[in-house]
Design a protein around this ligand. Structure first.
Ligand SMILES: C[S@@+](CC[C@H](N)C(=O)[O-])C[C@H]1O[C@@H](n2cnc3c(N)ncnc32)[C@H](O)[C@@H]1O
Length: 234
């Protein structure tokens, strides 16, 4: 198994490509996946072009569904995933799914030539059902667990919330939002996996919620920042 780049607060962060690191982790060893893969849009901050480089694998060539399917091998059966972004996850071993909306409560820049600015991002909620026959039989349809509204209103990460102050990522996700997802789909002491950890908001949210966490991040500058943020937790 690979050596963690950072370890502390119940969190292990691996530096590397999740397609190589995930197969080294024990199968069915995590209880929840919360992740924010590259959206494949070559996103680049207009205002902070000089300080923030492009996101790795954001050119549309990464097969996100294949990465999530690989991550599912590490996830226990019947447990939940939350995957941010627009990727087509239909090939993944999912039972029940639902689309959640993160309302950032503020307009992003987007295409300034049209009258509508982006204020939300989609999140796919899914139940992992590993066997095709069990998926066909409808396993993983939830009876009562997911009884909250599907729109989550949380100001975006760089809005000044204390927990998010040190996330310079262009597509940074607010820790408060991730805490809600983790609290809804796991128990104290369980383990959360984020194969696209970025600057570590999922790992921080997991630690604050009393969960263990495993993160994988390809970009060393991001991993270093995530480790610094985790070290700063008290
Ligand atoms: C959308 S960003 C995640 C941002 C994160 N939610 C945050 O708030 O900091 C996607 C991240 O995945 C990383 N990444 C891209 N391809 C990867 C791969 N194959 N394995 C692991 N990490 C990867 C990128 O470096 C980037 O940090």
């Amino acid at each position: 198994m690979a050596t963690p780049y950072y370890e502390g607060h119940g969190v292990q962060l691996y530096l590397g490509d999740c397609r190589e690191v995930l197969p080294t982790l024990p199968r069915e060893s995590v209880d929840l996946i919360v992740t924010d893969p590259p959206y494949g849009k070559n996103w680049q901050s207009g205002r902070r072009k000089n300080t923030l480089g492009p996101i790795a694998h954001d050119d549309g060539t990464l097969d996100v569904a294949a990465c999530i399917t690989t991550a599912c091998k590490v996830l226990r059966d019947k447990r939940h995933l939350y995957v941010f972004g627009p990727a087509d996850l239909s090939p993944c071993p999912f039972g029940a799914t639902a689309e959640l909306i993160w309302d950032k409560e503020i307009l992003g820049a987007g295409d300034l030539t049209i009258p509508w600015g982006p204020q939300h991002e989609p999140i796919t909620f899914a139940v992992h059902i590993s066997r095709p026959s069990n998926r066909a039989a409808g396993y993983g349809r939830l009876a009562a667990r997911l009884r909250k509204g599907s729109v989550l209103r949380v100001p975006r990460a760089n809005s000044g919330a204390l927990e998010d102050r040190h996330n310079p990522h262009q597509s940074g996700k607010p820790v408060h939002l991730l805490r809600q997802l983790i609290e809804s789909s796991s128990c104290l002491g369980e383990t959360v996996l984020d194969p696209f950890a970025g600057h570590g908001p999922t790992l921080i949210a997991a630690a604050l919620e009393g969960r263990n966490a495993i993160g994988v991040e390809l970009d060393e500058a991001c991993a270093e920042q995530a480790a610094k943020r985790l070290e700063g937790l008290v």
